[in-house]
Design a protein around this ligand. Sequence first.
Ligand code: NAP
Length: 285
Amino acid sequence: MHRGIVLFGNNIPYTLSPIIHNTAFRISDLPYLYLTADIEPAQFKNALDAAQTLKFAGANVTIPFKETVLKHTTSLSDAAKKIGAVNTLYFDNGRILGENSDSPGFFKAYFNELKSLEDKTVLILGAGGAARAVCDTIITKTTPKKILIANRNTERSNQLIEHLRKVYDYNSAGSLSMETSALQETAGDAAGIIQTTPVGSGRYINQSPVAESFQFNKEHIVIDLIYNPLETKFLKHAGHFGARTRNGISMLLHQAAFSFTLWTGTTFPMDEVTPVVMEYIKQRA
Ligand code: NAP
């Protein structure tokens, strides 16, 4: 009998998590099946209850549930508590453990790029769950000089800045709007620009979070957490200026590996899964 693991998200047709995990389960000969639940926010609690009733082993949680899920967990790992966002759930006899694999996934994927951000200014686009995980990694692993957070809703970026002050004692974070002039003014000082919004994928596939007039430079390290498509409008735009660009596929695989081990207690077969996922992406394109 196979046990289910489900991804909860809203408007996530682009997700690659089922192909990643089901390939890993098959290669490792493990009796699990990974499913997607594309649900409305109002359905989240019922869907979570249903997964437990059906004795699922766990879940992933993505946009827009990474922060709202906190109140439904029974306990949180130290990392999830610190970050204030959860992307992985482990069900244990009616208990729900919340974990965050985005932060270690981000670190493993961009270890080399992050070394170049030491003591530099980093501009982050977005202030949701993924941005929280990114902030956790860059503060704890690279100690940036300054973090600037640009978000559509500035109340949310201000909350994140306050969180960084309280939890990490990090006092060099600032908030700005997504206006081109504000972004352009700060981009000159920034060594790294990290894009954590969904703009560039799914229903926003033809959009970019920055205007066409926005200017990158060739010193910029530009990371877009989006992995489908592999090259968003935003990354293509940065590439035209000679910036060093990275997409989100490596982070996706590394965060999946971390969650896989939590659910199954075994090591994720990264070397075997990666070519299957890359071939799947090529075929789909
Ligand atoms: P989230 O917690 O719901 O946060 C979404 C963020 O994006 C918020 O800052 C939100 O701004 C902003 N946003 C949403 N729609 C927008 C729009 N139309 N225009 C401008 N800003 C918009 O979601 P998340 O979990 O952080 O995920 C965000 C993205 O990162 C998703 O595309 C996800 O697939 C990707 N991601 C990738 C990986 C990976 O492994 N590669 C890992 C994690 C996340 P407001 O506050 O104004 O709503």
